[in-house]
Design a protein around this ligand. Structure first.
Ligand code: SF4
Length: 384
């Protein structure tokens, strides 16, 4: 086993001096991430066997994101856990009977799980696994931004701290953000959106809603290059282009399908094509290949003439989830997530609104019309 090392990470951070006026500009900031050790095949097999045993002994369930290591995704599926996007991870963790949730992802995912299930123990392989969107939206600056715009309904992306969620009216994930903003727009609401500027701008264009955008970005998706994608499409003229909406506008504009991780996997299965160019974290390719065997998946370019490859299409913080630290936290009970109960009680409202809204969608209740008659069923979805 090679020892763990540290790497520095550059990401785009909003220039908060301008934030209260017009959502400000951006500047480059620095953070760090741990690089997990490289394991031999034997070490991987023995760690996987240990983790399977420990999950049983601890009555714990593994909830993993599509962007984490393929071994962790496989373990989650084969032990009765879940591999999914943030929306489904939140719902699965809340509804599962296990007393211990092990969340393989980044910190805001562990916090969301704890907020929804304060009575459960929530562990994470590494509590330092963060997110450039979360880092770029500090709670105090965000509160000042909200204070400056009291006439707006505050909608925040899941990729934020518990303290930012505590200030929000609604939380959304990329799989349901567009529908929720459509619903709010139909109610005549003006929106304050944070933190991802690309996703916010995409939703604004699709819905026509009045949205004031925080200027954060995901360091993985922000790196996809429109010019190089255009060149790659010419090499693979039959390929369908699958794009996550955290990507820049000139990448989204070339997409055949724009959607959340789950929606992109579904498109890879259902579309009548054998080649796909995929603009999201390359951790998703493991699930895509399993869901659509025989199809060919190509990573969208983060390099080329306009390259500034900071992530090379893989999140350095998602990569901190490894077999070694997963086994360790199960063995020791270390790395428990705690959320201040007061903040948790404030934050849970905006998360429950989203989960109730998603449940309404499943029941085929139209948000803007029928929902008004369904308040008894969906208590969380009211005027924000
Ligand atoms: S992939 Fe982007 S949005 Fe997801 S955790 Fe990493 S930095 Fe955050």
């Amino acid at each position: 086993m090679t020892p763990q090392s540290i790497k520095t990470v550059e990401f785009e951070k909003p220039n908060l001096a301008g934030a209260q006026n017009a959502a400000g500009a951006s500047c480059v900031a620095h953070a760090w991430a741990k690089v997990p050790p490289v394991l031999s095949p034997d070490e991987r097999q023995s760690l996987k066997a240990r983790i399977r045993r420990l999950l049983k002994e601890r009555n714990a369930v593994l909830v993993a994101h599509y962007y984490v290591d393929a071994d962790l995704q496989d373990l989650a599926e084969e032990t009765g856990g879940c591999v999914s996007d943030s929306l489904e991870m939140a719902r699965f963790g809340r509804d599962h009977e296990a007393r211990t949730l092990v969340v393989a992802g980044v910190r805001f995912m562990g916090e969301t799980a704890k907020i929804l299930s304060p009575e459960k123990t929530v562990l994470m392989p590494d509590l330092d696994a963060t997110c450039s969107l979360d880092l770029g939206c500090p709670a105090d600056e965000f509160a000042a931004f909200c204070d400056a715009h009291p006439d707006r309904t505050v909608v925040v992306y899941a990729n934020t701290s518990a303290a930012v969620k505590a200030r929000a009216d609604w939380m959304v994930t990329s799989s349901i953000g567009l529908k929720i903003v459509e619903h709010l727009h139909a109610q005549g609401k003006k929106i304050l959106w944070a933190p991802d500027k690309h996703l916010g701008s995409y939703i604004q264009k699709q819905t026509g809603a009045d949205m004031l955008l925080w200027q954060g970005s995901c360091l993985v998706h922000d790196e996809f290059k429109g010019i190089e994608l255009d060149l790659l499409r010419r090499e693979f003229p039959n390929a369908k282009i699958l794009v996550h909406p955290e990507s820049p506008e000139n990448v989204v504009a070339q997409a055949d399908v724009v959607g959340s991780t789950s929606q992109l996997i579904e498109a890879a299965q259902k579309l009548d094509a054998t080649e796909f160019i995929v603009a999201t974290d390359n951790g998703i390719l493991h699930k895509m290949r399993m869901a659509a065997p025989g199809k060919h998946f190509i990573e969208a370019p983060t390099a080329g003439n306009s390259a500034t490859c900071k992530s090379c299409a893989h999140c350095p913080w998602m990569a901190m989830n490894a077999l070694t630290n997963l086994a360790e936290v199960l063995e020791t009970g270390r790395n428990e997530i705690h959320v201040d109960p007061v903040i948790g009680r404030q934050a849970v409202t905006c998360i429950n609104r989203m989960l109730d809204f998603a449940a309404a969608q499943k029941r085929n209740v139209r948000p803007s019309a029928d929902l008004a008659n369904e308040q008894a069923l969906f208590q969380g979805i009211g005027p924000a």
